[in-house]
Design a binder for this molecule. Structure first.
Ligand code: ADP
Length: 298
């Protein structure tokens, strides 16, 4: 069972020939409004891969809260996973251009009120993996990870969007996953995108057993445990890159949970990312375990 310290955002995306300039109105080909958020995406991507999922999510009291409730029902997630409280549900607005490049702005709203009291103790106690992203505040992540590590349970932090990592969270993070931009912000890559071995050693000394850095079409690398590992990206036609990082994170975590070595988990994670960039949107783009196995055989 996977427990997600979650975030929920309704993402509205339009597909445009090129990204708009300030002051410009563009015609857009497709419009997609999709339930998402890094936490919700992780939960759905993990479930697609066959994991039983529980977690803690907060939405506001508005029309998007109903969208959230419907989305959780559709996934068959436990009803107790979602709390409503006064305020706005998380919302995002984004553009995707022909090359699959995207930009997105997110207002986290009610997600920022997620608190340790929102964590269901029984659900947490059943978990054998706890995952979180930085769309959630530090306090519930710290509480959930502390409980997990006290039982020797795996934890994965996708430290996205970037912010300094609370040392108490870092100390209880088994796998830290970041993209290149976030890795650079943390001082783990130099200005040219090369790994900074000393900064990485220091980070690994502060808690994580494994650091994974994703690099878009350049693939990913990992440090720690079995030593440095490099995984190239699978060459696929790109529709849009939304959700690639979430698919990768879920792929890595669920594969490790299933007993894969770090190298094999990296390969499966990269395949999850590749399948997701080949499809429009995020939720419907995440592969099932069967699709992942078929992709890896081809
Ligand atoms: P994020 O969406 O968090 O910025 P990345 O863009 O680094 O994450 O993508 C995560 C992973 O998804 C990459 O490590 C890679 O394995 C896969 N991926 C991303 N973009 C592509 C691409 N254009 N082609 C193939 N795989 C990709």
């Amino acid at each position: 069972q996977v427990f997600v310290v979650g975030s929920f955002v309704v993402a509205c995306t339009v597909k445009v020939a090129r990204l708009p300039r300030p002051g410009e109105s563009l015609d857009a080909a497709d419009f997609l409004s999709e339930p998402g958020g890094k936490g919700f995406n992780l939960a759905v991507a993990a479930q697609r891969l066959g994991a039983a999922v529980d977690g803690a999510f907060v939405v506001g009291e508005d029309a998007f809260a109903d969208v959230a409730a419907a989305a959780f029902r559709r996934q068959g997630f436990p009803a107790g996973m979602l709390a409503r409280r006064p305020g706005s549900t998380g919302g995002g607005v984004g553009f995707v251009d022909r090359a699959g490049e995207n930009c997105l702005a997110v207002s986290l709203g009610a997600n920022l009120s997620l608190a340790p009291e929102d964590l269901d103790a029984a659900a947490l106690a059943r978990a054998d993996l706890v995952m979180a992203t930085f769309e959630s505040p530090d306090a519930p992540i710290r509480a959930a990870f502390a409980q997990a590590r006290a039982r020797g349970v795996e934890t994965l932090l996708n430290a996205s969007p970037a912010r300094p990592i609370d040392p108490a969270i870092l100390a209880r993070t088994r796998t830290l996953l970041v993209n290149e931009v976030e890795a650079a912000d943390l001082g783990l890559l130099d200005g040219d995108g090369r790994a900074e071995p000393r900064a990485i050693e220091a980070l690994l000394g502060a808690g994580p057993e494994c650091l994974v850095v994703t690099r878009g079409a350049a693939g990913a690398f990992a440090y720690g445990g079995a030593g440095p590992q490099v995984q190239s990206a699978f060459a696929v036609p790109v529709v849009d890159t939304i959700g690639a990082g979430d698919a990768f994170a879920a792929g890595f975590a669920v594969s490790r949970l299933g007993g894969c070595t770090p190298a094999e988990a990296l390969r499966r994670a990269a395949a999850c990312g590749a399948i997701t960039v080949g499809r429009f949107g995020a939720l419907d783009a995440f592969p099932t375990a069967t699709e992942l196995d078929r992709f890896l055989r081809e």
